[in-house]
Design a protein around this ligand. Structure first.
Ligand code: ATP
Ligand code: MG
Length: 266
């Protein structure tokens, strides 16, 4: 399977990378068909992963507001057994969380054997919003890139597969999605005035994302930069990456405790 969106070298700015999925796929119907097949395949791998209880999978999503984190999670993980998948949203830290190191709230929710953890936002917020809004001194957030790499290395060396996705949208696409949230009363709850403040800081966020992606794009936990302006392509691209890694892990249902060929329940 072709996986074109893995970040393979440093970029001067992520704004050079494509946001338009339709540049990579010219047939939406075919893309949606392939996506549905991959989604079913993902669900079937997840059942084996859970049954085997040997692998741990951490999938994280970062994006600007309206970048599609929620929608991707809703679409891609439809069909999995909820018992084996935990979704963790990372919101503004609580007082207790702020009184600890920034990874303190992350470590307890990394996946256990057989489990998939999905992070909606993540520890990367601590080098993104925290950097852009000057929430800690520069010397503190600068150290965090290495600290994140060390943390992710620890997880990988303990048997975790880490897949990191940045859903890349253009400012024009964000404008349309915000407007849509304003125009549709059922989406008002998704709109916040704070999002507009962040939109004004777009360039600073792009700088912060560029550094985070470059500096934390390790061989053991690489970034995928998904062109996300077209939702149908975004879903397909994410599903392709996930399924391709699960095929490699190749979990299998464990054998019976003992030979069952003569066992009959009366
Ligand atoms: P939605 O798409 O529904 O708006 P969301 O992920 O944006 O979902 P919100 O409750 O709107 O959820 O926002 C969470 C906020 O918490 C984000 O603005 C994010 O930047 C912020 N946040 C997350 N982690 C941290 C952190 N470590 N320090 C400061 N702010 C953080
Ligand atoms: Mg929000």
């Amino acid at each position: 399977m072709d996986l074109p969106h893995r970040l393979t070298s440093e970029v001067a700015s992520i704004t050079e990378l494509p946001t338009e999925g339709k540049r990579f796929h010219d047939n939406r119907d075919a893309a949606e068909d392939e996506f549905r097949e991959l989604r079913d395949e993902l669900a079937s791998w997840q059942r084996k992963l859970y049954a085997a209880g040997q692998h741990r999978v951490l999938i994280l999503f970062q994006a600007m507001d309206a970048g599609g984190k929620d929608g991707t999670i809703r679409k891609v993980f439809r069909g999995v057994n909820p018992q084996g998948v935990r979704i963790h949203p990372f919101k503004q830290p609580s007082k207790v969380e702020l009184a600890h190191d920034f990874l303190w709230r992350v470590h307890p929710v990394v996946p256990a054997d057989g489990m998939i953890s999905v992070f909606n936002r993540s520890h990367y917020e601590d080098v993104l919003v925290v950097r852009v809004d000057d929430l800690v001194p520069e010397a503190v957030w600068r150290r965090r890139y290495d600290q994140i790499n060390q943390f992710e290395k620890l997880l990988v060396e303990s048997g975790t597969t880490i897949l990191k996705f940045y859903l890349h949208i253009s400012p024009q696409e964000q404008r349309e999605r915000f407007q849509d949230r304003i125009d549709d009363p059922e989406k008002h709850w998704k709109f916040s005035f704070e999002d507009l403040e962040k939109r004004k800081q777009w360039d600073s966020y792009m700088e912060a994302y560029t550094d985070a992606l470059n500096r934390c794009n390790t061989s053991f936990a690489p970034w995928y930069v998904i062109p996300a302006d077209q939702k149908w392509y975004r879903n397909l691209a994410v599903a392709r990456v996930l399924v391709s890694h699960l095929r490699e892990l190749n979990p299998a249902f464990p054998p019976a405790e003992r030979d069952l060929s003569h066992v009959e329940i009366k």
